[in-house]
Design a protein around this ligand. Structure first.
Ligand code: ZN
Length: 184
């Protein structure tokens, strides 16, 4: 997927999570920009700095690293009114993992590189409305988008839980129950 599409997808994810209510749109745009930076790895091989064209499109860089930073921030910001860093890394996790999901629609991504060179793709499912003409009801694009939507939904719920903990002084369990009730 092209870099502009990645940026737009990230930006829409930030809006869908409701971040624009408390943050400037430039804040969401900035994190969207950070989430497309992993595409710089396309240049590592031509420049002689790597052997793999997508060496940063791994679960370690796109999920584990931002998630770890999220938990560290949550620990450092415990008992404080602010949730600035938690929010930042939560959004970055959603956008970076969304980036890799989007790339997996179009072709294999070696998400476990360098430990495994196995490429992973969204299953090439093809459900047609009729065999008479091309009319796809469910395909890899839809599955990828659904996965991203679920990710955004979980992100929004976590963001809401943090809000209830910080602003209303609720414990984690009470805050989570509160946000689940708000959503469903
Ligand atoms: Zn990419």
């Amino acid at each position: 997927m092209d870099t502009l599409s990645h940026f737009i997808l990230g930006f829409l994810g930030g809006l869908a999570m409701g971040l624009h209510r408390k943050h400037k749109v430039t804040y969401i745009a900035f994190i969207s920009f950070l989430a497309v930076l992993i595409d710089l790895d396309h240049f590592l091989v031509p420049l002689g700095y790597g052997t793999e064209y997508r060496s940063m499109h791994t679960v370690y860089i796109t999920i584990l690293m931002p998630l770890l930073l999220f938990f560290i921030s949550a620990y450092l910001e415990r008992g404080k009114q602010t949730a600035r860093f938690q929010t930042f890394f939560l959004l970055l996790t959603v956008m970076l993992s969304g980036h890799v999901i989007a790339d997996m629609i179009y072709g294999p991504v070696k998400i476990l590189y360098p430990f495994s060179s196995q490429g992973y793709t969204i299953p090439k499912i093809d459900i047609q409305a009729t065999s008479d003409f091309q009319s796809q009801i469910i395909g890899p694009t839809g599955i990828g988008m659904a996965a991203y939507a679920i990710l955004i939904f979980i992100g929004a719920m976590i963001h809401d839980t943090i809000y209830h903990m910080k602003k209303k002084g609720l414990g984690f369990k009470a805050a989570l129950t509160h946000s689940v009730k708000d959503f469903v």
